[in-house]
Design a protein around this ligand. Structure first.
Ligand SMILES: Cc1cc2nc3c(=O)[nH]c(=O)nc-3n(C[C@H](O)[C@H](O)[C@H](O)COP(=O)(O)O)c2cc1C
Length: 196
């Protein structure tokens, strides 16, 4: 599984998604853009660095996250394995997805590892989930979401629901991460189902 964290608001969605995948014994190919790192700092505090990611996730979500493993890639490393279609990456999620990265994916620019790895998922017809966050949205941004959907991506906007009566921010993050996991083909009980 590949997980890209870019500089759109919603660091908690990324952390919950990474934790949930690690709990499921996954190996993650992780890419954090420059603004993704800044976002983690701005929204989660200086103590949450990529260097102590697993410790942070274990403190917040429990020791189960140590079941998984990850490789952290530079966004500049276009030679990483996930930049090639011959690498069998099963699914990729960009969470949260900035409007800049959304545009790059929509137009197949492949300038960075995030854009290239996403492009590979589309060309190989493998699952790509993009989790855009912006409001309000311009016409180019709306069109870029349509382009991604037309190319085969699942466009899963960071729009948590309230029908499950969330009590905390973590409840909202669970909802978004649960939606992402469902799109990646995992069953889970991260939030109460509608009507249950
Ligand atoms: C704290 C913070 C929050 C941001 N929130 C958003 C956002 O919600 N959506 C967005 O498209 N850009 C947002 N930005 C701007 C992007 O980070 C900026 O456009 C950046 O160039 C994106 O680069 P990247 O896609 O390579 O991470 C935010 C920036 C910062 C520092």
């Amino acid at each position: 599984m590949a997980v890209a964290i870019t500089g759109a608001s919603g660091a908690i969605y990324a952390m919950r998604t990474v934790a949930a995948l690690l709990e499921r014994n996954c190996h993650l190919e992780l890419i954090v853009t420059e603004f993704g790192r800044r976002l983690l700092r701005d929204e989660l505090g200086e103590a949450v660095t990529m260097e102590r990611l697993i410790d942070h996730l274990a403190e917040k979500y429990g020791e189960g996250v140590r079941a998984g493993t990850y490789t952290l890639h530079s966004n500049k490393d276009l030679g990483a394995k996930i930049a090639s279609g011959s690498q069998n990456c099963e699914a990729m999620v960009v969470v949260p997805c900035s409007m800049k990265t959304l545009a790059g994916i929509a137009h197949g620019l492949s300038r960075t590892l995030v854009e290239r790895a996403a492009d590979v998922m589309l060309k190989e017809r493998r699952p790509l989930i993009v989790v855009p966050r912006e409001t309000p949205m311009s016409l180019p941004q709306l069109r870029n979401m349509v382009l991604c959907a037309e190319a085969g991506a699942v466009v899963l906007p960071a729009m948590p629901a309230f029908y499950q009566l969330p009590q905390t921010l973590d409840d909202l993050a669970d909802f978004m991460a649960g939606k992402i996991l469902s799109s990646m083909g995992f069953s889970h009980q991260m939030y109460p189902r509608w009507g249950s």
